[in-house]
Design a protein around this ligand. Structure first.
Ligand code: ADP
Ligand code: AMP
Length: 228
């Protein structure tokens, strides 16, 4: 079977070049996506999740998706050049013109270095959750297939069973990589490749540690104070 054609490479202004962006940092399952949806409402900054973008590429069967899938299924990081190309393309969109909120990016020092050449990061919000909490969080996660609201079987279920609180849909999804084996690999990748970024950003004085092992509302409050 022939490979699908590569997407056309757009050229133009990298909108994010003139403004300041926020990075949500933390292990898989820390609550980055949950908090991003809330912070988006307060700040108006669009959420850019490289994980969501990669899953969309996999679902669309693009060359990027085909390349990324084997890494995602194994719980490993997708190569830096693939991620940086995705981000450069995404920042060409008009909604990136007043700053963005990165969720799950950057995840390596080379990604952070590439980002620093594209845009200024004003705040890195590190949501800290102990490893022993991560597996239960990830294995109980489900999302609305229509509006992407994030839920958890025990910790954050829908108010009415089977009905999305935000949009009323009953179309829920679970991620293929949200299983115990893959979570352990993803946590390993986080500790080896991503956590060194904490010092890298701390040295720049823009790193804010938030205790993520608390109620969702309390965490949102602290993040909004850190962004003030
Ligand atoms: P990430 O984007 O960092 O991978 P998510 O926002 O998807 O994490 O959250 C992972 C899971 O944990 C979801 O099922 C979510 O509902 C749940 N969750 C998020 N924040 C909390 C919290 N403070 N306490 C308990 N569960 C949470
Ligand atoms: P997430 O949705 O953030 O949990 O990411 C799901 C998977 O996508 C990860 O386990 C990686 O395989 C891949 N991924 C997402 N973002 C990145 C990134 N910034 N760098 C490398 N791989 C990524």
């Amino acid at each position: 079977m022939a490979c699908p054609a590569r997407p056309t490479v757009k050229t133009g202004t990298l909108h994010a070049g003139n403004m300041e962006s926020i990075v949500l940092f933390g292990p898989p399952g820390a609550g980055k996506g949950t908090q991003a949806q809330r912070i988006m409402e307060s700040t108006g900054l669009p959420q850019i999740s490289t994980g969501d973008m990669l899953r969309a590429s996999v679902a669309a069967g693009t060359q990027t998706g085909i390349e990324a899938k084997k890494f995602m299924d194994a719980g490993q990081l997708v190569p830096d050049e693939v991620i940086i190309a995705l981000i450069r393309e995404r920042l060409l969109e008009d909604d990136a013109s007043n700053g963005v909120m990165f969720d799950g990016f950057p995840r390596t020092i080379p990604q952070a270095e590439a980002l620093s050449r594209i845009t200024k990061v004003s705040h890195v919000i590190a949501i800290e959750v102990p490893d022993e909490r991560i597996v239960e969080r990830i294995c109980g996660r489900y999302t609305c297939g229509d509006c992407s609201a994030v839920y958890h079987d025990t910790f954050n279920p829908t108010a009415v069973e089977g009905v999305c609180d935000v949009c009323g849909s009953s179309n829920f999804k679970r991620r293929a990589d949200d299983n115990e084996d893959t979570v352990l690999s993803r946590l390993g990748a986080y500790h080896q490749q991503t956590s060194p970024l904490a010092d890298w950003y701390d040295n720049q004085g823009i790193f804010h540690r938030i205790n993520g092992d608390r109620a969702i509302d309390e965490i949102t409050e602290d993040i909004l104070s850190a962004l003030d």
